[in-house]
Design a protein around this ligand. Structure first.
Ligand code: HAM
Length: 421
């Protein structure tokens, strides 16, 4: 019968890969908790309206990338394309602001966007998403980047650039937008159909368009830093000054507009040249009006999300793999039974042990221990058993020594504890 494959753009994460995934997640948790963040877990499915209103109608995500379906003829539901809108919904729904308007939250999990799959781009991908609600100080913006850079160092990623921009606020953006529209009008014929269509609804999207013709047209377009109101300008200057105080190298990218419409003021991306076309490892920014747009109080916010697949593809290899600690090789029926019992006693004490169930010869068993990557093996024959001892073998150097069977469990446990320090 024909085998059934996974859905296009959806990937399995195989056992060889999961240790690295966990390592990244654990480091993220550790770093975030020292900055005062707490975990929130939100559903994968939300009402479609949440993303339409949150992310914006005239964005690629909402126009063409959402997995949306009509649930039993009742209402439209969507697999979350990002986590920010969901976290805002939860913050509003559970009145998290009532106890303390300041909330520092993070979540880790899969997101879904029906994009064209390519290197570094999937239809199900994973994000580490971080949000700070209730603070609009530029120091908070810089602190968030500091935490992101610290996290990247913890996962040994160094070759990246921090690009920053300000997207202004509802006070200054209209004049910028009008200037962009004025620039694009008259050259409409040279714009791609998407950009032409969005000229009225979302003209800033042209800045993000990958079609070469559109790129040429925006090359000399007006730039938002020239249009910022005094408040936004001060916020951005302070933000950059604090980045400098932390020695966080960054580059102003005045054409960065981000792909989601909720952003105000600070916007940033972490990019690298090592990923080909999909060069953003992380992206985020401030979204001071989002919570109100979603029916909540007037609480400002800022956050970012790291793309885990992209992050993992940049991480240098290391010994994050997992191996059993000890292999119990046994020859003869009685020895096999003893090995089986020791093996499971060790497991109950938290030591990963493996043994043989095939009855193969000693050479084959040690070969398997080697293949599994066990640093140690125990060799047990009926003769050793009669003499109340076992052979302890260092798999790397091949050194062997005798250990009293009565103390073997404790000896292995102590060696394991010593090595895990
Ligand atoms: P975003 O820029 O759409 O922002 O996504 C953040 C990161 O997710 C990207 O930089 C990229 O690494 C990864 N990513 C996005 N799409 C894909 C894909 N199809 N395949 C693989 N990786 C992908 C957001 O999602 C915002 N919610 C971030 C944020 C949080 N802003 C404020 N708070």
């Amino acid at each position: 019968m024909e085998a059934i494959g996974a859905v296009k753009g959806f990937k399995d994460i195989l056992p060889d890969e999961t240790p690295r995934w966990r390592q990244v997640e654990e480091r993220a948790r550790r770093v975030f908790s020292s900055f005062g963040f707490r975990e929130i877990r939100v559903p994968l499915l939300e009402r479609t309206e949440l993303f339409r209103r949150g992310i914006g109608e005239a964005t690629d995500i909402v126009e063409k990338e959402m997995y949306t379906f009509l649930d039993r003829g009742d209402e439209y539901l969507t697999l979350r394309p990002e986590a920010t809108a969901s976290i805002m919904r939860a913050y509003i729904e559970h009145h998290l602001y009532a106890a303390d308007p300041v909330a520092k939250l993070y979540t880790i999990g899969p997101m879904f966007r029906r994009e064209r799959p390519q290197k570094g781009r999937f239809r199900q991908f994973h994000q580490i998403d971080v949000e700070i609600l209730g603070l609009d100080d530029p120091r908070v913006d810089a602190e968030l980047i500091l935490m992101l850079a610290h996290f990247l160092r913890e996962v040994r990623i160094e070759d990246y650039e921090i690009e920053v921009n300000s997207l202004g606020c509802p006070r200054c953006r209209p004049s910028f937008r009008a200037a962009v529209v004025a620039h694009l009008k008259g050259r409409e014929g040279d714009l791609c159909p998407d950009c032409r269509r969005r000229l009225d609804t979302n003209p800033l999207r042209t800045f993000d368009c990958k079609v070469p013709g559109c790129g040429e047209i925006v090359a000399d377009a007006p730039l938002i830093p020239d249009y910022l109101c005094p408040d936004c300008k001060r916020h951005f200057d302070d933000f950059c000054r604090y980045l400098e105080l932390f020695s966080l190298r960054h580059r102003l990218n005045p054409k960065m507009v981000r792909g989601l419409d909720y952003y105000t003021k600070t916007a940033f991306e972490v990019t690298t040249t090592l990923l080909g076309a999909q060069n953003a490892v992380a992206g985020g920014g401030r979204y001071d009006g989002l919570i109100r747009t979603l029916g909540g109080p007037d609480v400002p916010g800022i956050g970012f999300a790291v793309g885990m697949e992209r992050l993992l593809s940049l991480m240098p290899p290391d010994g994050a793999g997992e191996e059993p600690f000890v292999f119990l090789a046994a020859l003869g029926e009685r020895a096999q039974e003893t090995a089986y019992l020791i093996c499971n006693r060790l497991r109950l004490r938290g030591v990963w042990a493996e043994t043989d169930y095939s009855g193969k010869g000693l050479k084959a068993q040690l070969k398997r221990a080697d293949k599994l990557g066990c640093p140690f093996a125990v060799i047990l024959g009926d003769r050793e058993l009669d003499e109340g001892r076992a052979i302890w073998r260092d798999m790397e150097g091949g050194d062997q020594r005798q250990i009293d069977l009565k103390t073997l469990d404790d000896f292995i446990f102590a060696t394991y504890t010593e090595r895990s320090k």
